[in-house]
Design a protein around this ligand. Structure first.
Ligand code: ZN
Length: 359
């Protein structure tokens, strides 16, 4: 949709530049031009990275409510079918150099990700993690100091999170625009962590560039498919890595040279296992984690052994729990029995009464 400045609103300006148009109050025109110039500057790189182009992207400033004054840097209305215009918080125009640039690029990345076919409904963690990672890297490359501040902040939240709950991010899969968590900053930090660590390990932005080439024209709907294509792009088992981070995904990538059936068998055994069968259900889980860790290191034999151990332990857990409980019960019964059958201490015979001896 095109905006035309209404005749009775002479203060409004519409700035058009290639696929972008910025509707702004006249007094913010310079800031709007700067953002458009930034979008122009990165556009070729972003189309190369995401392997898609954009059409008709509208941008505007918004004046936030008092409560959200500095907590929302930008947003895009999302109906489930389309992404709306990019909204940028006007209060950030005077923030540290690079802050509003990072916000503007963050929102732009959402539009590129949408064009690649990844919906925020299915992959909000990819959207937010990707938007943060790419915007910070780009702003950093452009030499703004704001990038470092934002990166440090996210790393701090992430390391605090990891010190509390370990590298366990499975909850990111449940995150959708309609289902925000109580602590949203946790999800932002965790998704940034996952996206940036994968980049660190598998080749930075080139890794993602390769990924977006691979998914061109495909409709990626599930985390399984996503993990599979990330693995293809990395030429390594990214799916395993995600699994180790608590994502619930099926391992479709066969680079690990292990039969997926074996892994499914172990997972099925674990799924059918009642967690109340302690401590054996826990031991089975630990074996499974060990199998994945060995698989990740390329130790196929070790992984197989632990998968066997997982299946065995999961299958035996009910019996072992029963045996353990029986054994404990037997010990208790035995102790009680011993106690009750212990010869009673007879009180010593009373000494003869005084009168008797005196007699
Ligand atoms: Zn976002």
């Amino acid at each position: 949709m095109e905006f035309a400045p209404a005749a009775d609103e002479p203060d409004w300006q519409q700035l058009d530049q290639s696929v972008f148009s910025f509707r702004t109050a006249e007094r913010y025109e310079n800031y709007a031009s700067e953002i458009l110039a930034l979008y122009q500057l990165v556009y070729a790189d972003f189309t190369d990275l995401f392997n898609v182009t954009l059409e008709d992207i509208e941008v505007q400033f918004f004046i936030p409510e008092f409560e959200t004054l500095l907590s929302v840097g930008g947003f895009i209305p999302f109906t489930g079918q389309t992404l709306g215009e990019i909204n940028i918080n006007i209060f950030f125009v005077r923030a540290v150099n690079g802050t509003i640039q990072a916000i503007a690029l963050h929102e732009l990345v959402h539009h590129f990700l949408w064009e690649t076919g990844l919906s925020p409904d299915s992959f909000l963690w990819v959207h937010e993690g990707g938007a943060q990672y790419v915007s910070i890297e780009t702003v950093d490359d452009l030499g703004y100091e704001g990038a470092d501040i934002e990166r440090t902040r996210l790393e701090q939240v992430a390391s605090q999170l990891i010190s509390q709950t370990g590298e366990s991010f499975g909850y990111l899969q449940e995150w959708t625009p309609a289902n925000p968590p109580a602590d949203i900053s946790r999800n932002y930090a965790a998704s940034y962590y996952v996206v940036s660590r994968l980049a660190e390990e598998y080749g930075g932005l080139d890794f993602y560039r390769q990924f977006f080439r691979l998914i061109r024209g495909l409709e990626i709907q599930t985390n399984d498919e996503l993990a599979f294509h990330l693995s293809l792009a990395a030429n390594a088992s990214v799916d395993l890595k995600l699994k180790l981070w608590g994502f619930d995904i099926r391992l479709l990538y066969n680079g690990s040279k292990i039969s997926p059936d074996r892994i499914y068998e172990a997972e099925k055994a674990l799924d059918g296992l009642n967690p109340a069968f302690l401590p054996y259900s826990l031991v089975a889980e630990l074996f499974y984690q060990q199998a994945l860790l060995r698989l990740e290191r390329g130790d196929v034999n070790g992984a197989n052994q632990f998968l066997d151990a997982t299946i065995l332990m999961a299958n035996l857990a009910p019996v072992l729990t029963l045996l353990t409980l029986t054994a404990i019960l037997a010990v208790i019964v035995y102790l009680l029995y011993k106690r009750s059958s212990r010869p009673r201490l007879e009180p010593p015979a009373l000494p003869p009464l005084f009168e008797e001896t005196a007699a």
